[in-house]
Write a protein that binds this ligand. Structure first.
Ligand SMILES: Nc1ncnc2c1ncn2[C@@H]1O[C@H](COP(=O)(O)OP(=O)(O)OP(=O)(O)O)[C@@H](O)[C@H]1O
Ligand SMILES: [Mg+2]
Length: 253
């Protein structure tokens, strides 16, 4: 990475976490840890609570029990902008950009915690990393292709030089070749640089390829966890997640 877009990582952890909506838990008793220099992934079927877990870790959904910490400091139920200030950059699964606003405006919004004179400099850094966006600065985000939009969503979060990246299905709806590039070059690259990456990914095979550790969610709980080499030899995991042939996407419940 020629420009330092992200920072060296910090540990992000959840301990005994339960969270959900309207006081009703969707995920329960979850303990996960993401560490600097590693890609830690979460896989699981649709509706298993992956997004809810990430949201609760970044302050978007209410934690009902347990705790979340960054670098040992509790961020449990902290407001999302406070979590961002502590270096945690979160790219949601949906609503990841502001469609009616231009690419430039989206990046400017990403830099909302920066001083005015820092914003331009950071935009330049993001554009050096995602040069494709350079020629689209005035285009509305809603008019971007799937891959371009995901780059913008990540670029928006990179405006604040996060030390921890929390990414919810960054490859959803992308062509396989674009998905592979995003995962293997960009996302693995952040970890290799020393940042912390916590990734939800439905393409189990692709997730395992770039992960150091993987948690499997089922029915709102961690049902399995391990290093990719172990999981790819676990008959239950192979049956549920790798057996589906080329796509190897998690099965629908
Ligand atoms: N805002 C909400 N209010 C109430 N229930 C919700 C809300 N958002 C999600 N849920 C429910 O919580 C459960 C888990 O959803 P979640 O989005 O966390 O799953 P997921 O594993 O991310 O699924 P997917 O793979 O489809 O993205 C689902 O049953 C869903 O319907
Ligand atoms: Mg989800």
């Amino acid at each position: 990475m020629s420009v330092e877009l992200s920072k060296k990582g910090q540990v992000l952890s959840a301990t005994g976490l339960s969270a959900g909506y309207d006081g009703r838990a969707i995920v329960t008793g979850i303990s996960v840890e993401a560490t600097p220099g590693k890609v830690v992934s979460i896989v699981g079927p649709n509706g298993s609570g992956k997004s809810t877990l990430l949201k609760s870790m970044v302050g978007v959904v209410r934690v009902l029990e347990g705790s979340v910490a960054v670098a040992g400091q509790s961020i449990t139920n902290m407001a999302p902008e406070q979590v961002a200030k502590l270096g945690v950059g979160y790219v949601p699964q949906i609503d990841d950009v502001f469609p009616p606003l231009s690419v430039k405006e989206n990046l400017e919004i990403g830099g909302y915690l920066l001083k005015r004179n820092e914003v331009h400099e950071r935009i330049e850094a993001v554009l050096e990393f995602f040069p494709k966006l350079k020629v689209m600065m005035t285009r509305k985000a809603g008019k971007l292709s799937g891959g371009e939009r995901k780059m913008l969503a990540m670029g928006r979060v990179l405006m604040l030089s996060p030390s921890v990246l929390v990414l919810d299905e960054p490859t959803a709806n992308l062509a396989p070749i674009v998905a592979t590039q995003l995962l293997e070059e960009y996302i693995r690259g952040f970890a290799d640089f020393g940042s912390t990456v916590l990734l939800v990914e439905q393409r189990a095979k692709a997730a395992l390829r770039i992960s150091d550790w993987t948690y499997v969610l089922g029915g709102g709980r961690v049902v399995l966890e391990g290093a990719p080499q172990e999981l790819s030899q676990n008959p239950i995991f192979v049956e549920s997640f790798l057996g589906g042939g080329a796509g190897a996407r998690a099965p629908r419940p």
